[in-house]
Design a protein around this ligand. Sequence first.
Ligand code: ZN
Length: 435
Amino acid sequence: MDKANFNRGLLEFLDQSPTPFHAVSQISQRLDAAGFRRLKEDEDWTLGPNERIYVVRNGGSIVALRTGSDSVGQGLRMVGAHTDSPCLRVKPQPELIEHGCLRLGVEVYGGVLLNPWFDRDLSLAGRVHYRDGNGRIGSTLIAFEQPIAVIPSLAIHLDREANQNRSVNAQRDLPPLLATVASDATRPDFRALLAARIREEQPGTDVASVLDFELSFHDTQTAAVIGLDAQFIASARLDNLVSCFCGLEALLDSAQNVPAVLVCNDHEEVGSASSSGAAGPFLLSVLERLSGPGEPLRRMLARSMMISADNAHALHPNFSDRHDGNHGPRLNGGPVIKVNANQRYASNSATQALFRNLAAELDLPVQSFVVRSDMACGSTIGPITASALGVRTLDVGVPQLAMHSVRELCGSEDPLTLARILASFQSLGALPALD
Ligand code: ZN
């Protein structure tokens, strides 16, 4: 893996994945090109050695796996990440027409840092279900090419306290502005607008009417390598598409005879409890069909390990007091092992040791994070997967700033470093007994 190529691929992946549906579609295309075969959950599976397959659930979650040359009973080297990011979702009946303006009502998805969403050139993307000319239900992914909306700030002259006291009321302050209308009596129908746009942008899609949609707004500014010495990557959705991309690269770049899994789940930012989220049965059901239920499954899991990759908080130089003095991860200081005695992270000394050892063998840096003792700790899919499967787990992640902003920042060295360690993990011939 070469850094310039790797980062070029990462930037492209970030730009082409405005929603979890698009991220899974991008990952699927890479897997197809690499010779992986898509399986459907409602079909019979018979998996032998040296198989490379993937399964998608609800469009936003994916499990890719290779069975390797040996028995999968020897255990799997698993990497997990999440495909979703905090954003603004369009409400089911979104049209708001007042004061000569068309706006759309939005729901806040996940823990959005709201202020950075103002004054951005926004567009819409997601999944649409429609009725075709024959009365059948179809679905398509859409991502409008052009910026179509904006949430303008209130001018400082109309709010003199803005720099001291401005807070954001999600119901009142956020509906993005799409157009001016001649009269407030105009009643544009969002579904009809959507259908027209799809016919225009996807002439091959036979849309009679739009039935329903899961659409979110996103910033149209593309991902970029920035900084005096090109040491940063700025983009939307670094949390957690960076980890999805690193996991995918590792799976494709590691020893193909070793049994390995990549799972990318939707719905992490809203607690993971869904049919396709990490707290649901998706991964377990794929693994059970791989090994067979009962004893073989339990034996396989006991010999497996999961590395849950999700970005970590780097120390912010303007707010250094928000980190414990000995645990302030630096951008470009290497991936961060996340530790929490209260099990908000699933890392333990055995899984940490394995990761640290892999990094040392490659001569790559690793950092540690533990939250300040007087602050609450975040969490991720690691503890959820560990609890659901009973598999030993490690939580790691690339350090980043501005987490959950519309534009986040990470180092330009760290993603490749993480991918290289993950590839080395997924090339391990046998996992050591880790007790
Ligand atoms: Zn995350």
